[in-house]
Structure formats: C-alpha cells, structure tokens
Write a protein of this length. Structure first.
Length: 319
C-alpha cells in the first residue's frame, strides 16, 4: 500500500432542520396531535463527506466558515468528534442559515434554505484560500454546491483548485452537486463551473441532468465518457441504477447495494467518502467505487445521520 494521503475538504457546513413530512401531514389532516420528531443535525454536502471520512479513519481536514456563536460551535464540535481536523476552519459572523429537509416515508427527501431572523449566510472569500495549503494536502475535495454564481466563494474556490491542478502531487476531487440552472452555454455561472470541472482529476455526479449542464449531452454514459477522455476519473451515479465508472478507455458499471431505504440524506456524500477513503490508502479505482457503493447503501439503510460502516468491515466487503 502507498502512504495514506491527506485530504482537505473545502465547502459548506450548516444546520439541517429535518422534518418527517409524511407523519406530520397525516396527523395534521386527521386532527390528531403531531408526535413526529423534528431534529436539527449538522449538514452541508462537503461537511457531510468530511465527517464520514473522519469516521472511516481518514487523515482529513475541513475548511469552511462558521459563525462565532453556539450554532457554529455545534457544527465544529460534530466534525471534531468524527475525527476531522478543524485547524483550517474560519470563525466569523454570528449566525448560519438552516436548511429545511422534508423526509418522506420511503426515505426520499426535498430540501431548501430557510433564511430566518438572526441567521446569516457565512461563506468563504478569496482571501481565505491560502496557497500554502496546497503543499499540506494530497487530495482537495470540493462541491459544485459552492460554485453557484459570480461571488467570492465561487471565484475563490475555482482559482484555488486551478492552482492545485498545477501541482503534480495534488489530486482535485469534485462532486458536481449542482445548485444552478444555466441559461445557456454562455451563462457566466456555468462557465465558472466548467473551469472547476476542467481542473478536477476525479468527478462525482448524480443523474443525467447534472452532467448535461457540464457536457451538453443528455445521456449519462455519454457524459461520463466525454469527461473521461480529458484524463479524468468519472463516477456517475443514477439512483438505484448501476454506477458508471469511466477512466481512460474503460467504461464499467457497478450495481448499487440492495438495501431498504430509510434515510437518503447524505447518500452521495457517503459515496464520495467511501471512495476517497480507500483512494487515500492506495486502493484501485475499481475497489474505491465498490467502497462508495457500500457506504452509500449503509447510509441509506440507517436512521443515524452521517452513518458509515467501520473501515475494517468496509475493506473486507470489497474483497
């Protein structure tokens, strides 16, 4: 095995307000008392991935902005408890915006930001991206969720990973995780996102529409192949359909883990964590995809948030 690689996850962290929608709806319309449990949990796609990597024993750090008050400390404490280094976390502003996540009985979910009085959006700015970080880490992981427009978070992230791409010893990993809908190929937001994709070595994504924004191709497999021809490793997920792996001249499919869904929150983030954890240990790309599938299936089938299997059991399962 090669030496364990150091991972830096850069992105968002926020509280999620999780509502069991079906139970609340049923009780409301029947006139009964709602006994459903509404929970507040740490969230954010990159923060989820970092937390899961920490639980899997990775050498992982997180870089993001947190409020100075108890809301920000709540999020940092959860990361530290999971085994994530928060040395590069930034504290400013007193407030974060929560995200409302409505979870249906089948485990599916819909989410949207809720801007409440006393809550403010905390974000990275270009000055936060210190180039000295590039020499400290082997893998830089980001999300397209942080490249949403012509703001300092988006431009700072893209400029930073373009600098990372210039270093042969640094791997840039990106989950498309799109939060934009472009107005056409000349949309400045889309052009910025495509710059990030061009700088990345590993691309994760979920569903044909997400990839189509980047490639212009409606077929998921075609999109994966096109991106892989530029020298990237591409992992294209599609719900319960097999995961497509494309790299070099290779295109393969991997069936997802057959599980009963309980909670789909963070499933894609869990896949990324499983993949990157084994990748950081020098496993083959194929084994990394298998690990991603196992982790995503584990997360979906457990009610606990950010649930992942033990690392030893994960490596045993791919043999």
């Amino acid at each position: 095995m090669a030496k364990v690689k150091r991972i830096l996850c850069i992105g968002d962290s926020r509280p999620d307000v999780v509502i069991p929608y079906d139970e609340m709806k049923q009780n409301s319309f029947s006139g009964g008392v709602c006994t459903a449990e509404v929970r507040i949990k740490p969230g954010g796609t990159v923060s989820n991935c970092a937390s899961m990597l920490g639980k899997l024993g990775a050498d992982v750090s997180f870089m993001g902005v947190f409020g100075e008050g108890e809301k920000g400390q709540f999020l940092i404490d959860d990361l530290v408890t999971s085994g994530v280094s928060c040395e590069h976390c930034i504290r400013r502003l007193d407030g974060l915006f929560p995200v409302i996540v409505a979870v249906a009985a089948d485990g599916s979910q819909v989410s949207d930001a809720l801007f409440l009085p006393g809550y403010r959006y905390t974000e990275l700015c270009e000055a936060d991206f210190d180039e000295s970080l590039i020499d400290k880490f082997d893998i830089i992981h980001i999300s397209g969720a942080n490249i949403t427009g012509l703001n300092e978070t988006s431009t700072g992230t893209v400029k930073f990973i373009e600098k990372c791409a210039e270093h042969d010893g640094v791997i840039v990993s990106m989950d498309l995780n799109l939060r934009i809908k472009s107005t056409g190929p000349d949309d400045p937001k889309l052009m910025l996102l495509r710059r990030a994709v061009a700088a990345a070595d590993i691309i994760f994504g979920s569903g044909a529409p997400e990839f189509e924004e980047v490639t212009g191709l409606p077929d998921l497999r075609d999109s994966a192949v096109q991106l892989s021809r530029t020298g990237k490793v591409v992992i294209a997920r599609d719900g319960a359909e097999p995961v497509i792996l494309a790299f070099g001249d290779t295109v393969e499919e991997y069936p997802v883990s057959p599980v009963v869904p309980i909670n789909t929150i963070g499933a894609g983030d869990s896949f990324d964590a499983g993949f990157l954890r084994l990748y950081s240990d020098g496993y083959s790309i194929r084994d990394c995809v298998k690990a991603g599938n196992i982790c995503a299936g584990y997360t979906i089938s457990h009610s606990e948030f950010r649930a992942v299997p033990e690392y030893e059991k994960l490596t045993e399962a791919i043999r």
